[in-house]
Design a protein around this ligand. Sequence first.
Ligand code: SF4
Length: 401
Amino acid sequence: MNGYHGKLLRINLSTRLVSEETLNPTYLRDYIGGSGLGLRLMYDEVPPETDPLSIEAKIFITTGPVTATSMGTAGRYQVVFKSPLTGILCDSSSGGHWGSEFKQTGYDVLVIEGKATEPVYINIKDGNTEIRSASHLTGKDTYETQNLLQAEVADDMARVLCIGPGGETGALFSCMVNDTGRAPARGGPGAVMGSKNLKAIVVRGTKKVELADPDGFKRYALEINKRNGRGDETKMLRIFGTPEVMDNNWQVGDIPVKNWSVGSYEKICVSLGGKKMYDTMLVPHNACHFCPIACSRWVKIETQAYKMDGPGPEYESIGALGSMTMVDDLEAVSYANHLCNIYGIDTISCGSSIAFAMECYEKGLITKEDTGGLELTWGNAQVLIQLVEMIGKGEGFGKFV
Ligand code: SF4
């Protein structure tokens, strides 16, 4: 069917069996896009009582009919799994380039099942799939893992989807990370990947997807991309990124503040906003596959305690790690976001959990004895950083959070 290769790649990590299957064309037509297709396959294959971290659990990585084409914002992919956080179905999305590269290997869907006996990574190159040892990658953060694997496959254009120490230690809100800081993050997909002893999936492909009317599609995509790339909101997103929401939405009380207990707080929101980021730390950035909006942030911080050069936080991450915890220092919040990225931890769940712990501490429900000496006071940037590190490494009170 046009828009799809019509192929599913299934990898059983227990038996190391790799097989190709033809996708049901009715499913491709009835469940358009990665989410629908993944959820339908999950419904067919995973019984509702399945433990999300058991050997029977499966991970479905899916793409849609316009993934890897010239249609803007369509380079995204979906990860569908049973969430260890909620116990129910979860569908997590990520941008960057991994999804498009995966589709160009000649498959629309990747299904991971079983569990490897030792840490492994999967290497898929244009329809050839290998399962390789990843013992040397244990404990490596997501950026190190990406660099090491690109060197190992001798291709710096290979795209890497991996977990960090968070997923390896089974943090329930750990995520997967691709393309330096892009993440299917919600619901704990990193923990599911870690439970299968799967450290990374490397993809590289050159197979173009068939289109019914390539010239017509090109014209249509160009028109849509032009339209999407021009509007005022797009311009704001390109300049200030999603953090611009902090600058504006506090006025209508639409920012989470102090673990959702305060309606709006101008000072904190403005000091964490897109304008502040633009004025103080933003450096030129790029976009996800073929995206004319280019909302991605890249920041450089020289302050020793928060020194970093990497992806900046999105609005939701600033809200969770910043306004929710009352930390109004954008450098500290950006660094906390950076730590989440390298450890492979969902920024939103991480910040929200820390904010909840801070409120428990304020109300005396937990004390220094429970936190291992940490003073979980509102606005405490040092404790925020310390706790993110502990969560990422699965240490002390961090493991409890
Ligand atoms: S650059 Fe921004 S708008 Fe474009 S696909 Fe990526 S996340 Fe979406």
